[in-house]
Design a protein. Structure first.
Length: 256
């Protein structure tokens, strides 16, 4: 990554979508077990936004690299990257927590902050954590537990031994990050924040786990927008999420 903010082809952490001239960059942080590819295609629908996505080690193009199993490890590596403005962060599920923690780290380092933080299907960082020990389960039980909770693993992955092994490795690393995470009392961020979630995510709606994000910004109020669907509502409602909601929040045009 050069100091002028252009993403070098050798950047392992940040994958870029199709090159285009755009006034805003959107960096997407994937869910547990996810990869950058799912989010890069969004750029086709927002001509005013250059979409990038975080590619974590241990999966996809970085499969041969050791996975990172702590939030400190992830944020410590990502804060070394250049996020130049204007830009925004979007994080889904685990990605919402990584995007939040990285924004805190950038603030602490005196670096430019995102124009907006959009968090999706993730509880507020200071909400009580539900530590179920998923990351310690045997492979088959881990996959069954994660799929039973969110139903987000494609059947072709579950039916293919090599793909199952790859998925398990990424999920185990990411659930270790999630289940061992401890909020450290960060001061609220001077960044506007919007929360997205599926209307079927009843557990997230309990005890202010979504509305609690309002405690983490000085640029309120914080709006919670819900969409029809469960934890992966953004796959079922991609048009509404990308072409309507994100395009509106980021002040970008949208194309069909």
């Amino acid at each position: 990554m050069n100091r002028q903010g252009r993403i070098a082809p050798t950047s392992r952490w940040i994958a870029g979508g199709a090159a285009q001239q755009a006034p805003l960059r959107l960096y997407c942080f994937p869910h547990a077990g996810g990869s950058a590819a799912e989010y890069l295609r969004w750029g086709r629908h927002m001509p005013g936004v250059q979409v990038h996505a975080i590619q974590l080690p241990g999966r996809a193009t970085r499969f041969g690299e050791p996975a990172v199993t702590s939030m400190d490890g992830l944020v410590g590596a990502l804060v070394e990257e250049e996020f130049t403005g204007p830009y925004a962060f979007f994080g889904h599920s685990m990605g919402s927590l990584v995007a939040y923690e990285l924004t805190c780290a950038l603030r602490d380092a005196g670096r430019p902050l995102p124009e907006r933080l959009v968090v999706s299907s993730g509880p507020a960082p200071d909400a009580p954590r539900r530590r179920t020990g998923v990351h310690r389960l045997p492979d088959d039980e881990l996959l069954s537990a994660v799929n039973g909770r969110h139903n987000g693993i494609p059947p072709e992955v579950l039916d293919h031994p090599e793909l199952r092994a790859m998925a398990t490795a990424g999920l185990r690393a990411d659930y270790t990050v999630l289940e061992e995470y401890e909020w450290r009392g960060h001061a609220p961020l001077p960044v506007p924040l919007t929360v997205l979630a599926g209307d079927g995510e009843t557990a997230l709606a309990e005890d202010g786990r979504l509305t609690g994000w309002a405690r983490h910004t000085t640029r309120g109020p914080v709006e919670v927008r819900t969409f029809s669907g469960g934890h992966f509502y953004l796959r079922e409602q991609e048009t509404r999420v990308v072409q309507e909601t994100l395009a509106e929040l980021l002040g970008a045009g949208a194309v069909s």
